[in-house]
Design a protein around this ligand. Structure first.
Ligand SMILES: *[C@@H]1O[C@H](CO)[C@@H](O)[C@H](O)[C@H]1NC(C)=O
Length: 451
């Protein structure tokens, strides 16, 4: 009986909210495309040139890091028979701290956009006649970096006789991440960063381009393809996110009637909802801290390389496979090498960017950005979403179409976690190239029917 009452009340809430919620999407947010995020005094002397850039870890930094690692305290031992359940296993931490190493590769540049020095990698493949170069903006997330794409870059930019195009990649660091400078004032959230990256593409001469993203890259990407839908040729994402009331309500409804919401073969990616939410509560403490008090935890992480390593690599453990939680070594080296993970870590350690990277959570999860309701504004940009088996969340394809009515494909991988490009560069690149091929075919057909 209680269950029936509960079901009916859910249904009542659902119907009320659904029918009372406005059916027309909100207008596109009015954003200032020239907003200045840098120091005020530099506004009049902006240097808009594009300068080659090299990542260098100077001797002072390296010596300081060695010293800090040497004088580290004896860490609190883990509880008996515990893996990563209580956080980074401190026995495993020692093996990482003994290894920490350094790197450099691909052409790096910096250019000033709206007061921010934006760091980016640009890879332009040599193409034979008849092969068209097409630009793609490739966006990373937290706690990742441009380093996540190093293994995928040669695969994505490869020239193949099976394709009449090759990708030219523009891979920027998000403002406040790696070597891109942070804003000096509040308000630089994902919609505003979308403006910065679109302006970067304009600076480089690209008026139309493709976009790919995961994690923050998928959130910024989704905003970019909404605000600048006339400039984006196609959008590929490896994290599905639609933060709308409708998708939330249907997800709840599916807890009782899964077949209404999700195909049976994918049901275990979303249900039982109790497991989904208990995982959420167990794993999302960082999100609450970073969305509210990033500067406080930032003090500790900036002061301690050991702390920074534990905080960031714990995410690479659990977000790659949830069952890595029960392993003493966090399963880290089953999917990545120490070099890969420490390279990525260096892009937080060397530029001291951990605090400014975490601020992005506060600049997103706030009333100002929610009020824009960007996820309620459909975008006509052709979209292709790949959902890896072990991604943090799952959104059924049909729910994606409210935001992306031009969903060309939603591929489901039976493997792979949150850092898909980093973990499975081959499968990731193949999926992206399949998507670009499909987007280009669509354009050709549209052009044909227009003639
Ligand atoms: C969608 O993806 C599947 C699986 O990769 C593929 O077989 C199919 O051809 C794709 N559809 C389109 C329209 O490209």
């Amino acid at each position: 009986m209680a269950k029936v009452v509960f079901l009916l009340s859910i249904l009542a809430v659902f119907l009320t909210v659904y029918f009372l919620s406005p059916s027309t999407p909100p207008p596109l947010p009015q954003l200032d495309y020239d907003a200045w995020w840098g120091p005020e005094n530099l506004k009049k002397k902006q240097d808009t040139s594009i300068k080659p850039f090299k990542i260098q870890f100077d001797n002072v930094l390296v010596k300081d890091l060695r010293d800090r690692l040497k004088i580290r305290p004896t860490f609190t031992p883990p509880l008996q028979d515990v893996g990563f359940e209580y956080g980074f296993n401190t026995k495993t931490l020692e093996t990482w701290l003994q290894y920490w190493a350094f790197f450099n590769q691909y052409p790096h540049f910096k250019t000033n956009i709206q007061g921010l020095d934006i760091h980016f990698i640009r890879v332009t493949p040599q193409v034979p006649q008849g092969v068209q170069l097409v630009p793609m903006l490739l966006l990373h997330g937290w706690p990742g970096s441009v380093r996540e794409f190093y293994e995928a870059i040669p695969l994505l930019t490869a020239v193949s006789k099976d394709r009449d195009f090759a990708l030219e990649l523009i891979i920027p660091s998000i403002p406040g991440y790696g070597y891109s400078s942070p804003s000096v004032r509040p308000g630089l959230g994902p919609p505003e960063i979308a403006v910065v990256f679109r302006n970067l593409m304009h600076r480089l001469g690209f008026k139309k381009f493709f976009v790919q993203g995961g994690d923050w890259g998928a959130i910024i990407g989704s905003q970019l393809v909404t605000i600048f839908h006339e400039e984006v040729l196609g959008y590929h994402a490896n994290m599905a996110n639609v933060l709308s009331l409708k998708s939330m309500i249907y997800t709840w409804l599916g807890a009782y009637f899964p077949s209404l919401v999700v195909e049976e073969k994918y049901a275990d990616r979303l249900y039982p909802l109790s497991k989904y939410y208990s995982d959420f509560v167990e794993e999302m403490g960082y999100l609450h801290i970073q969305a509210t008090k990033p500067d406080t935890v930032g003090v500790a992480l900036l002061d301690s390389p050991s702390g920074l390593l534990a905080y960031i690599l714990e995410k690479f453990s659990t977000w790659t496979r949830k069952d890595h939680r029960s392993k003493v070594d966090g399963g880290l080296e089953s999917k990545f090498t120490k070099d890969q993970l420490l390279d990525n870590l260096m892009l937080y350690y060397a530029p001291k960017s951990i605090t400014t990277s975490m601020r992005l959570y506060s600049e997103f999860l706030n009333k100002r950005v929610f009020a824009m309701r960007i996820d309620d504004i459909p975008t006509p940009v052709p979209t292709w979403i790949v959902q890896a088996r072990h991604e943090l969340g799952y959104v059924p394809s049909w729910l994606l179409t409210s935001k992306f009515p031009n969903l060309v494909n939603a591929t489901h991988l039976d493997d792979g976690g949150h850092f898909l490009a980093f973990e499975m560069p081959k499968e990731f690149s193949q999926d992206v190239l399949d998507a670009i091929t499909a987007f280009r075919k669509l354009q050709k057909n549209v052009r044909k029917t227009e003639l």
